[in-house]
Design a protein around this ligand. Structure first.
Ligand SMILES: C[C@H](O)[C@H](O)[C@H]1CNC2=NC(N)=NC(=O)C2=N1
Length: 101
């Protein structure tokens, strides 16, 4: 099935299932807080592994004890698609194992 941009309503419905995530312009985003800088860096590396597996890549910003993830889908002109939410869902699962909040 071809990748389609999600409607505003579809995006809002999906965001309602993802506490901490929001629509930031034309991207979905979440900031995770960790217990240390090293823990934040480790989360970035784990997310990078998942992104290569999914062939879908967010922008990741490493702070002192934070990781900001923002993502949209370049191939549909920067709209939000199911691929962005698939990545968000996977990162939600793995982030708990890192103690992210
Ligand atoms: C060729 C490769 O599948 C594409 O370049 C992928 C890689 N990662 C990507 N990541 C994101 N966020 N959007 C894309 O459209 C995208 N396309």
């Amino acid at each position: 099935m071809p990748l389609e941009p999600l409607s505003q309503k579809e995006i809002e419905d999906r965001l309602a299932e993802l506490p901490g995530w929001s629509l930031d312009g034309e991207r979905i985003s979440r900031t995770y807080r960790l217990d240390s800088h090293f823990a934040a860096a480790a989360l970035v590396v784990h997310i990078a592994q998942v992104q290569d597996e999914q062939d879908h890549h967010s922008d990741l910003t490493l702070g002192y004890d934070t990781v900001l993830l923002t993502v949209n889908t370049h191939s549909v002109g920067g709209a939000v698609t199911e691929k962005d939410f698939a990545l968000a869902g996977r990162v939600e699962e793995l982030s708990t194992g890192h103690g992210a909040r």
